[in-house]
Ligand binder design. Structure first.
Ligand code: SF4
Length: 381
């Protein structure tokens, strides 16, 4: 994949650091402190202080840190920053869903370096959907992001930053919620991009988000969604340990080859084999299978029976997603009656098969749509 080093320069003209401190592991911060000649005995305490202020305090400037020597804070601010990536556009839906379009650095000032992050509030939880790449290479035919060519992978800092931006905007920092009533309880890597094609940065970011001294999201409440990059699935279980979701959408290769073309490289038989061993590795709950409901494409009752067959050895939950059309898409959403009958076949066979309630339809909810619309409006100016 492409080089993602957008944070190479560590100072700007104002002698302020530009390299993000978030996105660094604790050991990287500790190594940096050694360079600043922090006494060895204090290194671990200082590292923890930076970590806590960043991920519990939600500080955006080093000067907000209260219990560290000024000289060290000055050194840090000359080399690093806590600033977030700027928000280019924010849209709020009538149902409470919020979608942010975030500007990321680009070498040639392109307006194409933007990603989407979406907050979906529900009665008992708040889910943040985050992106792993700008654009995507995989061209899933029902997905709007698939129409946007890959610009680059995100860095770990840019992935973590999406959670920090959302927490800033929702006022969801620990210091403001002493009784720990978080607004963001769940994170799903289901935004733009294929996370397993950016494995190292995604792994680093998710380990930071689930670190119990900081953001402390439960690994059960963090879900990585893949279109089925088989060689990495075992590594997700072993090295990250979060919940797994698979963008499945068809139970037969001939249909999935069209909907999710990576299926030609990693066909269903191999994908199911990788999934079968995932829960054993992780000793955890079910794998979620995403299934977009497309009229006359994958929504027959025979399709439901085929699905039952291929998932018979996998503890599964099947999310049925009514298709959210976007301009230029070739598909139509299945009728609700058909979706309900499809769901009944699955639940009669013992599968949990909720029909996902469409969210944020008034704010260009299909992944990738806000970015396209913003580019379209800019080009009209
Ligand atoms: S569904 Fe995911 S993997 Fe497929 S094109 Fe869209 S963003 Fe890429």
């Amino acid at each position: 994949m492409m080089d993602t080093s957008t944070e190479l320069s560590s100072t700007n003209q104002n002698n302020q650091g530009t390299k993000k401190i978030y996105g660094q592991s604790q050991s990287e911060i500790s190594e940096e402190l050694e360079k600043f000649h922090v006494p060895r005995k204090q290194n671990s305490m200082r590292t923890k202080q930076i970590w806590n202020w960043t991920y519990l305090g939600g500080v955006t400037e080093f000067s907000e840190i209260k219990n560290m020597p000024k000289e060290l804070l000055n050194q840090l601010s000359k080399n690093y920053t806590l600033a977030r990536n700027p928000i280019a556009n924010e849209q709020k839906s009538n149902d409470g869903t919020i979608k942010w379009l975030v500007d990321l650095p680009s070498e040639n000032n392109s307006t194409n370096n933007q990603i989407e992050t979406v907050f979906i509030p529900e009665e008992n939880r708040g889910t943040l959907c985050i992106s792993s790449q700008i654009g995507c290479t995989l061209n899933c035919s029902f997905c709007h992001t698939g129409t946007q060519k890959l610009v680059r992978n995100l860095t770990a800092a840019e992935i973590v930053s999406q959670l920090l931006i959302a927490k800033d905007n929702l006022d969801d920092w620990h210091k403001n919620n002493p009784n720990n009533s978080r607004k963001i309880t769940n994170v799903v890597m289901m935004g733009m991009g294929e996370p397993l094609y950016n494995f190292d940065a995604v792994k680093k970011a998710l380990l930071i988000m689930t670190d119990c001294d900081g953001l402390a999201l439960s690994k059960r409440r963090v879900t990585l969604s893949t279109s089925g990059i088989v060689p990495y699935i075992e590594r997700v279980g072993n090295e990250i340990g979060v919940s797994l979701a698979v963008s499945l959408h068809a139970a037969k290769d001939e249909i999935r080859d069209i909907l999710v073309p990576i299926n030609k490289k990693y066909p269903l038989k191999e994908l199911m084999k990788a999934c079968e061993s995932y829960p054993k590795i992780k000793n955890s709950s079910k794998i979620t299978f995403e299934y977009v409901m497309l009229k006359d494409i994958n929504d027959s009752l025979q399709d439901a029976k085929d699905l039952i067959k291929i998932l018979s050895n996998i503890p599964s939950k099947i999310n049925l997603i009514p298709f959210n059309p976007w301009p230029g898409s070739n598909y139509v959403c299945s009728d609700m009656r058909q979706i309900k009958e499809f769901a009944k076949v699955l639940s009669d066979a013992g599968f949990s098969s909720p029909i996902r309630r469409p969210r944020g339809q008034d704010i260009l909810a299909a992944c990738g749509q806000l970015k396209s619309e913003t580019i379209r409006l800019r080009s009209k100016k």
